[in-house]
Design a protein around this ligand. Structure first.
Ligand code: ZN
Ligand code: ZN
Length: 284
């Protein structure tokens, strides 16, 4: 390693050490998995490699990097090809559903042949921003669930203010397909319904917000084997750094809050969520 690079990493690790107390992290290395990151986002263009290095240096054992359009899915595969413990999810986000064509679907199918691809996503419905017409969103969602079924892969679902329709779509596929509802924003009743269909519930940074009472109650009631953790970086930064760019190593703050809510030790939660993630994405 060149001296300049080494110095940079050492500086970053020092910064992390000094923040560790603030984050309230256990002294021992963790084994956490960030099940939903967007490392290909332009916010990481200047320091992507440092962000990745820092995540693994601080104890993450894997990162699942998620596509949102065809180009981002391609970039995610490229990043994963260069990093042993980074996995990929390829798919078209509901915002970009209007870009879905037969040839885009074929390209996703081709990309999914890469051994690092562990799911199809993120796919779903977003009625908050409505950036693609709702009918196109639904069509792209269903086409990609069919693709996942064909390839025997789980799905990563994005649901914003579209709970009933998301539930209806995934229900129509029964237990043929399963996966995860990322950054889960439904209530406990919806959580129970999707868990029954073999879906996991992914908890992101907002659980660290003091006023997120519904989410806090949800975490306390969701079965242990159905919870996984994520950052959704560069978005949804946990409380202690709210307003700043999020990155995979901050999944630790989310883990700490979830452990607290569930009355578990951090290392216990760490082990549990890591096992859940590995089982869902079939990562060893
Ligand atoms: Zn999303
Ligand atoms: Zn996302």
């Amino acid at each position: 390693m060149r001296t300049a690079q080494k110095d940079q990493l050492e500086i970053e690790l020092e910064i992390f050490e000094s923040q560790k107390e603030k984050l309230g992290l256990a002294a021992e290395r963790s084994n956490l998995i960030d099940t939903h990151a967007h490392l290909q986002w332009p916010a990481f263009d200047k320091d992507r490699e440092e962000v990745i290095e820092r995540a693994f240096a601080t104890g993450l054992s894997a990162i699942v990097n998620v596509g949102y359009d065809l180009n981002a899915s391609r970039q995610a595969v490229q990043i994963a090809n260069n990093h042993k413990n980074i996995y990929v999810v390829v798919g078209i986000h509901p915002h970009n559903a209007k870009t879905m064509t037969a040839s885009v679907l074929d390209s996703l199918r081709e990309l999914a042949q890469n051994t690092k691809v562990v799911a199809i996503g993120e796919i779903g419905l977003d009625y908050h921003r409505d950036l693609s017409p709702r009918a196109r969103q639904k069509e792209a969602f269903e086409q990609q669930i069919l693709l996942a079924k064909e390839l025997d892969l789980p799905i990563v679902v994005h649901d914003r203010e579209a709970h009933n329709d998301v539930l209806e779509v995934i229900r129509s596929f029964g237990k043929d397909v399963n996966g995860v509802l990322h950054c889960f924003s439904g209530d406990l009743d919806m959580a129970k319904k999707v868990i029954e269909l073999d879906y996991s519930i992914s908890i992101a940074g907002p659980v660290t917000f003091p006023n997120a009472r519904i989410l806090h109650q949800l975490v306390q009631h969701v079965p242990d084997e159905s919870i996984v953790l994520e950052t959704d970086c560069p978005f949804l930064t946990p409380q202690s750094r709210r307003g700043e760019r999020n990155e995979p190593m901050y999944v630790l703050e989310t883990a700490k809050r979830v452990a607290e809510l569930k009355g578990m030790q951090l290392d216990e939660l760490d082990k549990l969520t890591s096992q859940n993630s590995k089982r869902m994405f079939q990562i060893d």
